[in-house]
Design a binder for this molecule. Structure first.
Ligand SMILES: Cc1cc2nc3c(=O)[nH]c(=O)nc-3n(C[C@H](O)[C@H](O)[C@H](O)COP(=O)(O)O)c2cc1C
Length: 199
């Protein structure tokens, strides 16, 4: 009897293991990483000076660094487009904190991707690039981009948001002479003020 029970039990364990393995295999490697990227847009409730935004960015970078979160933002006329990425729980906690900040409102999550394989904007714990010069936009990003798209109340297309952040990020990394792709485990750096590009 004991023998029958234990062989049944073994069989049950066996099927459980193969089921779990199968479920695990069905999850793509990207989903197994537990890394989350959230891109949001918001508008300052009161215009801040460059220096105030630089201070905000530096304070954010220090917090992000402790939480292993990396981020990159562009700002134009008080509108922000921000990407934060890292461990899913840390990113969600950070986002809850950011949403409650009275310095901005009209908060909108443009896109959110769970299980990213590597950080897309991993160089800095948080850095900001100021994009309030239309000439600069057309020179660097081409005719399809202008500051108005950041300021427009219309829902922003995720592809547009990621494209814009990506181009600004590549530009900032090249200007700062820093690698744009880092291994996902490495924490982002604190930005230097001279790496928060105004143009
Ligand atoms: C557009 C925007 C983006 C922000 N991004 C971050 C961020 O990535 N990390 C962070 O810690 N704080 C960020 N902040 C600031 C937070 O909302 C909040 O003020 C800060 O986390 C409080 O930190 P403290 O308790 O150390 O003062 C952001 C604020 C704004 C307006």
């Amino acid at each position: 009897m004991l023998c029958i029970l234990s062989s049944d039990f073994l069989e049950y364990l066996n099927s459980l293991v193969s089921m779990l393995t199968w479920e695990w295999l069905k999850v793509s490697p990207a989903e197994r990483t537990g890394m989350l990227q959230i891109v949001f847009r918001s508008q300052l409730t009161r215009l801040l000076s460059y220096v105030e935004i630089q201070r905000l960015c530096l304070a954010a970078a220090k917090n992000n660094s402790k939480a292993g979160v990396t981020g990159f933002a562009v700002e134009c006329g008080g509108a922000f487009l921000v990407s934060i990425e890292g461990d899913a729980r840390e990113v969600r906690e950070m986002l809850n904190r950011i949403i409650q900040d009275p310095r901005h409102d009209t908060f909108d999550v443009v896109c959110c991707e769970e299980g990213i394989e590597r950080r897309r904007f991993g160089t800095w714990a948080m850095n900001v690039m100021f994009l309030d010069d239309d000439l600069f936009w057309s020179r660097v990003f081409g005719a399809d981009f202008s500051c108005d798209q950041l300021l427009s109340p219309r829902k922003m297309e995720p592809a547009f948001a990621l494209g814009l952040l990506s181009m600004a990020y590549q530009y900032a990394c090249a200007q700062a002479e820093m690698a744009s792709s880092l291994s996902s485990g490495r924490a982002g750096r604190l930005p230097r003020i001279r790496h928060m590009f105004r143009r």
